[in-house]
Design a protein around this ligand. Structure first.
Ligand code: HEM
Length: 159
């Protein structure tokens, strides 16, 4: 914890940490960056998950859909992480002690790792229009995981 607090203190003292904390419009615009990125990331992931479950976009294969959305998915993550780090920098020492943030952050890492696995498998699972049961289960678990992450995130201000 001491290392995280030291890292937090350093981030708060940086120019961007000070900017986010001390300007009236810095925080909302950085929030906009975070939300734009995570809408792309979570939105495109949810589309592939729903396709894997066989609930949406059934005219195209899951492999085709995942392939077309891939650049948007990873661009979205890049934007979300940039916005997240900037938001975090403003009051980093509070966030490291925030119970909801402590749940959210490891789940984000787990979610990214899980998505990499799904992305690698979708070429095999998603060739035909009907996906196998393992693909449906993977899509469902990923959907639930990102729902849990967003839930943890919206609880951050309550702690
Ligand atoms: C890509 C996956 C991510 C998702 C789905 C996500 C989701 C969210 C959501 C929904 C909020 C809004 C909370 C609210 O105001 O109600 C939020 C806020 C926030 N996120 Fe993320 N986030 C992600 C990644 C990150 C990363 C990598 C960081 C960086 C350290 C981060 C740091 C923050 C911070 C500091 C807030 C502000 C919390 C507050 O004070 O309200 N997020 N996130």
């Amino acid at each position: 914890m001491q290392t995280l607090l030291s890292l937090g203190q350093w981030l708060e003292s940086t120019s961007f940490g000070t900017f986010v904390r001390n300007t009236l419009w810095g925080y909302p615009y950085v929030q906009l960056i975070h939300f734009t990125g995570l809408s792309l990331w979570v939105g495109t992931i949810a589309a592939v998950d729903l396709r894997l479950m066989g609930l949406a976009g059934r005219r195209h294969s899951a492999a085709e859909l995942a392939d077309q959305l891939l650049p948007w998915t990873w661009t979205g993550l890049g934007i979300a992480v940039l916005g997240g780090i900037l938001l975090f920098s403003g009051i980093a020492t509070s966030y490291v002690q925030n119970a909801a943030f402590q749940v959210k952050f490891p789940l984000v890492l787990l979610g990214i790792a899980y998505h990499v696995v799904i992305q690698r498998k979708v070429g095999k699972w998603g060739q035909s229009l009907v996906t196998p049961p393992v693909a449906k289960l993977a899509g469902f678990t990923e959907f639930v995981l990102w729902f849990a992450i967003v839930t943890a995130a919206v609880y951050i201000p309550n702690y």
